[in-house]
Design a protein around this ligand. Structure first.
Ligand code: ADP
Length: 153
């Protein structure tokens, strides 16, 4: 007998889970893409957050559903306005790395009041970040279901 309560054991197990165990595929859009095209991509890919990259695939911004709605209501032409105009941009992007703890990331989602964040890797011999994954509130729901069925690895 370890002397640990069930709650402590569960909490210890959760602390060991890393963000890459629950990640999704990131959906990337180049910064010169029109707002219209970005809306199409969001529907086709069935995602709520797009990561915006430059020609070198370096992360430059994030666009959410409401960012696109707001842009569509603004009276500008969504065919010509590029997503770079409406995105939340670096360095104001909340990010994480693949070996970060899932709980640390969940806390970021709550404190920043966002739906998801990019999992990034520093670009070798350069500046900036490459996007290698995506973690969202949906992934957190999967974690909750796994925990309830005692299915953690
Ligand atoms: P929505 O706006 O559709 O409710 P979010 O809550 O995720 O979706 O986004 C709220 C705002 O925060 C948006 O303006 C979006 O650009 C921005 N945002 C979303 N994700 C991030 C992130 N990882 N880092 C910084 N800003 C973000």
């Amino acid at each position: 007998y370890t002397g640990k309560s069930d709650a402590t054991v569960l909490s210890d197990e959760i602390q060991k889970i890393k963000v890459h165990h629950y990640q999704s595929r990131p959906i990337l859009v180049e910064q010169s893409t029109s707002v219209y095209e970005a809306i199409c991509t969001m529907f086709l890919e069935d995602c709520g957050t797009l990561f915006i990259v430059d020609k070198q695939s370096t992360l430059v911004g994030v666009v959410s559903r409401k960012d696109l709605l707001r842009a569509s209501m603004g009276g500008q032409s969504i065919d010509t306005v590029p997503v770079s105009i409406i995105m939340t941009r670096m360095p104001n992007i909340t990010m994480c790395e693949k070996d970060d703890s899932i709980i640390e990331v969940a806390q970021k989602l709550i404190s920043r009041q966002i739906d998801g964040l990019p999992i990034v890797k520093k670009v070798e011999n350069g500046s900036g970040y490459e996007v290698i994954g995506r973690i969202t509130k949906t992934n957190m729901t999967s974690l909750l279901v796994d925990l309830s069925s005692n299915d953690i690895n």
